[in-house]
Write a protein of this length. Structure first.
Length: 87
């Protein structure tokens, strides 16, 4: 248990940050799922639009520190490869 005021403050801050970061990761997941759903349905136009929307979300996750750079790169690469294989 935290004894010092600073340790108590860190606990409060960490809880708030975890909530915000969880929302960010959830938002990224939603965008990725939209691309995957469009790919599964075979709709190339919708998948292209969704892919264009997911790239800035992944980069924002990297800049905010909730995703590793290579993770975002890997996700985007796999989605792009799946889209190119759709045609």
């Amino acid at each position: 248990m935290a004894n010092t005021p600073q340790a108590k403050k860190r606990i409060r801050r960490n809880e708030r940050r975890a909530e915000v970061n969880g929302a960010r990761v959830g938002r990224i997941r939603t965008f990725v799922k939209k691309v995957e759903a469009a790919l599964a349905s075979g709709d190339k136009a919708a998948a292209t639009e969704a892919l264009a929307a997911v790239q800035p979300e992944l980069q924002r996750g990297v800049s905010k520190g909730v995703l590793h750079k290579n993770t975002a790169s890997r996700k985007f690469s796999r989605l792009t490869k799946a889209l190119s294989g759709l045609a």
